[in-house]
Design a protein. Structure first.
Length: 426
């Protein structure tokens, strides 16, 4: 038994797998894309499916965009629904709704490529390779509308594999391994991390925290991370967060947790939302760790504002977008506040949802729009995308579910009474 155990273990050891299984396959000349896919689909045993899956991934790893397009074309045309079998099985199920008919219709109603994706997922680092594969698919999907069928199949599988039950929340601090910290620098999407010193200033002080979601199948690859500032008051400007000369406080002295940056790390998981779980779980964990924390709030950009202004008020956009001039903005504060209130409270979308993507995210999670902050971010990026505005979204942990339901029904911005009065007066 010991001999056979060692043999099986060696077969699946990542260093020896190909060498030990070489006797299953003769070395052949280079295959076509369709042959690689066919071999994965036709494999009868787990070991042969594993080897063919790795062969396909190795082939794709060294391929150009033309080969990927050919790969997706094959999946779309040759591994779609079996319409003839589906019609026949559906008739049987309509006549006799027994277990066997139910099993058959469930089996036949799924595309063959879904099973191919499952087999690919079982290979070494298969999950992350499929995430990368979807990233390539999303890069070209607008040119090939039928590829949306492939994305539907793959994204549904990824939603199952990346559901909340599989996610692991980990704190990120200055002691976190360097390879993960490098990825935090790389993936930061809201406020660029310019250096290791910059990163250290966000992680090392006791009043600064960072958390990330990981998946067991993706090892040291963060899925999404959130940066948090612990403060005594609600900040209205991003410089209050990044000021290294501030008076630092102990975490247990803070009453406000400010979520000032949320960054998705994997483009291949686009459309699979982790942010809502992340914010609420981090808030609950912080609440347990720091008893004085009472307020959970964001300091968020308004990334769609300038693009909206260019369409809605092109003359004003042209006037204000030329160059950052604080004095001109201050002179026109009343007008600009009126315009941004329209941006938030009057939807120009066909679905009647808020104009701003960040607003849709936070309000959809059950937060409310608490403050609109004039000159909240006077950086070049803040000017170019938000005309220097920033906003606070408030997460009342007792009301997030109620607020979420209200938003789903009314499709309107949930806001504080104070801000609503300001809007009505503007």
């Amino acid at each position: 038994m010991s001999f056979f155990n060692n043999l099986i273990n060696s077969l699946f050891d990542k260093k020896n797998r190909k060498k030990n299984l070489r006797f299953f396959f003769e070395k052949k000349s280079k295959k076509s894309v369709s042959e690689y896919i066919y071999n994965v689909n036709a494999a009868k045993g787990e070991i042969s499916a594993l080897i063919h899956s790795e062969e396909l991934f190795n082939f794709l790893e060294n391929s150009d965009e033309k080969v990927f397009i050919d790969f997706f074309v094959n999946l779309e045309k040759d591994y779609d629904l079996d319409i003839n079998s589906l019609d026949e099985t559906l008739k049987k199920y309509t006549q006799n709704r027994d277990y066997n008919s139910y099993r058959d219709i469930k089996k036949i109603s799924e595309t063959k490529r879904s099973e191919i994706f499952r087999r690919l997922n079982s290979s070494r680092k298969g999950t992350i390779k499929l995430v990368r594969l979807r990233e390539k698919l999303l890069n070209i999907i607008n040119k090939y509308p039928n590829f949306k069928k492939i994305d539907f199949d793959l994204s549904n599988l990824l939603k199952d594999w990346f559901n909340k039950g599989f996610l692991i929340l980990k704190p990120i601090d200055w002691e976190t391994p360097a390879n993960i910290l490098e990825k935090i620098i790389q993936y930061e999407a809201v406020h660029q991390i310019k250096s290791w010193d910059d990163l250290r200033s966000r992680l090392e002080p006791d009043d600064r925290k960072c958390f990330a979601f990981f998946h067991p199948a993706m090892e040291d690859e963060p899925l999404i991370f959130i940066e948090v500032a612990l403060t005594r008051e609600i900040p209205k400007k991003i410089d209050e967060i990044f000021n290294r000369n501030r008076v630092q406080i102990k975490g247990d002295e803070s009453s406000v947790a400010v979520f000032y940056s949320i960054s998705n790390c994997q483009k291949g998981l686009q459309g699979i939302s982790f942010g809502n779980f992340l914010i609420k779980q981090v808030a609950r964990d912080l609440e347990k760790s720091f008893s004085k924390l009472k307020t959970f709030i964001t300091l968020s950009p308004v990334p769609g504002f300038m693009d909206w202004l260019a369409v809605k008020e092109p003359k004003l956009h042209k006037k204000y977008s030329k160059k950052l001039n604080i004095q001109i903005l201050e002179k026109n504060k009343k007008l600009l506040m009126h315009i941004i209130f329209d941006y938030f409270f009057v939807s120009n979308r066909k679905d009647s949802l808020p104009n701003d993507p960040v607003a849709r995210f936070h309000i959809g999670n059950g937060a409310i729009l608490e403050n609109v902050n004039f000159l909240g971010d006077i950086s070049e990026k803040g000017f170019n995308q938000s005309l220097c505005f920033m906003v606070n979204y408030l997460y009342d942990l007792n009301d997030v579910e109620k607020n979420h339901e209200k938003y789903v029904v009314d499709k309107k911005i949930n806001t504080s009474k104070k801000l609503l009065k300001e809007f009505q007066k503007s």
